[in-house]
Design a protein around this ligand. Sequence first.
Ligand code: 5RP
Length: 225
Amino acid sequence: MQDPITNAKRAAGEKAASFIRPGMIVGLGTGSTAYWAIQKIGALVKDGLDIQAIATSEASAALARELKIPLTTFAETQRLDIDIDGADEVSENLDVIKGGGGALLREKIVAYHSKQLIIIADEHKYVPTLGRFPLAVEVIPFGWEATGSKLQSLGCRPLLRAKGEEIFITDNGNYIIDCSFGTIKEPQLINDALHNIPGVVETGLFVQMADKVVLGYEDGTTEVR
Ligand code: 5RP
């Protein structure tokens, strides 16, 4: 018996996988919702669906290899047909906060090069305004203390992400500073301001990048917006 949130995540992930067509290059997201999409894609591949995929993290690449989903790279192809990825928050106009799992940089690269970004999320991630969830900002380790102080001057409470006693290191060898803004009324302005700070590599703000959101509900139903 699955708990209701897992039910919702699974429903969203599996529904999004139904948008994949033969021959597509597919972006594989990261996190516990993307997990269900990848599982479903693995089952479809097992049944003969012919696709190739690019994973947004080492964890998702490992899962794809386990499920025998053929992986490709940007050396082979620079355009994906569809990208299916999770979210920490989705606003009513489909702006998204990502990066809770620390994969935001590769997630944004894959999303940017995809014809279609489908965000999958349980119903509780759908919010009127972004910002309750801390915004992940990937930074270069060199000078991170100074980068963090600059982030604070933009009005957030910055916190260096840790994993147990250690500093969390991304797949790209960088750090993450989680920035609690409270409310993000103008995500594009915040994203631009963050990108102006040397040392900031990428932010978890995905402004007007999502084409669709598939919301999963605790009763196992879904809604596409
Ligand atoms: C990882 C992400 C995830 O998609 C996001 O954190 C949502 O994760 P989950 O589906 O586990 O709630 O952006 O960097």
